[in-house]
Design a protein around this ligand. Sequence first.
Ligand code: HMG
Ligand code: MG
Length: 298
Amino acid sequence: NIPEEVKIKEVGPRDGLQNEPEIIPTEEKINWINALSNTGISYIEISSFVHPKWIPQLSDAFEVGRGIIRNPNVTYAALVPNSKGLERALAVGIDEVSVFMSASETHNKKNINKSIADTFPVLKEVAETAKQEGKTVRGYVSTVFGCPYEGDISFNKLLNICDKLFEMGIEELSLGDTVGVADPLQVSRLIKDLSDRYSAQKFALHFHDTRGTAMANVLAAMLEGINTFDASLGGLGGCPYAKGASGNLATDDLVYMLHQMNVNTGVNHHKLIEAAKLIQRSLAKSLPSRQMQLISHE
Ligand code: HMG
Ligand code: MG
């Protein structure tokens, strides 16, 4: 059995652009997010309120947040690493705040400059304040399926992180295959194991397609009851602080597959492709997704 409906969370404007060598003009990001807002997608991660020195590509998060035309049917979210980032996110009236950390000590340190133990109080403060401000809070755990520095991640370590984040009142946890090493059997095993403690509805899966396994992993996750996936239009993406990280699962390819299987996404595939062409023009390179490659050969 697979879910009849899948919710797609578009992370391209954040995860996609953070790894591009080019810095896209703010106006073009805004136009792209506006186009995405009219595709039927119900969730867009628009940027990241991290330190601008760490991710210069997203240093205009405030201007982007202020500049977009909000569609009331869309939840607009952003990454927030700490209270300083939260202040900036609240100032643009973000709908949902996404805190993030890694299941790997080394990746956590490289990515947010702290040990895992020192990260919890920082995220807790963000989550508590965000909730007091009426925001929902999402959590990300990176390198769940393997770390480029540490290799395998123990299940108990992951479970402990999940417990801590859910205790903070995080509504949904996105499990990240940061460097795209997961395989479908590993995915189903992990979800089964987590299901002993938490409902599958508490999790989203966030696949990078570095080794071509992302779509197979989606199907494996759906068969275990997961119905929320992060994806990036055109297959852009990657974490600059994870060696070897590359593009996310492509939203356009995912929507194609789901619609072929009669799984409802609420997204208009044609409008999605039109939005992808916009960002393709800005980046002046062809996007890696299969759908965009197909078009480029037409
Ligand atoms: P730090 O240097 O340890 O920060 O960086 P700090 O708290 O020591 O502060 C140092 C200075 O930075 C201070 O300024 C702060 O005010 C300022 P000073 O007093 O010296 O003038 N500062 C800030 N300024 C603006 N906005 C802020 C902010 N915070 C501090 N938010 C920090 C720690 C977390 C900020 C830094 O490491 C950082 O920004 N890291 C972000 C890295 C990142 O964005 N990585 C990619 C996203 S994660 C990912 O891609 C994975 C994911 O996709 C899932 C998956 O695929 O697995 C989510
Ligand atoms: Mg990612």
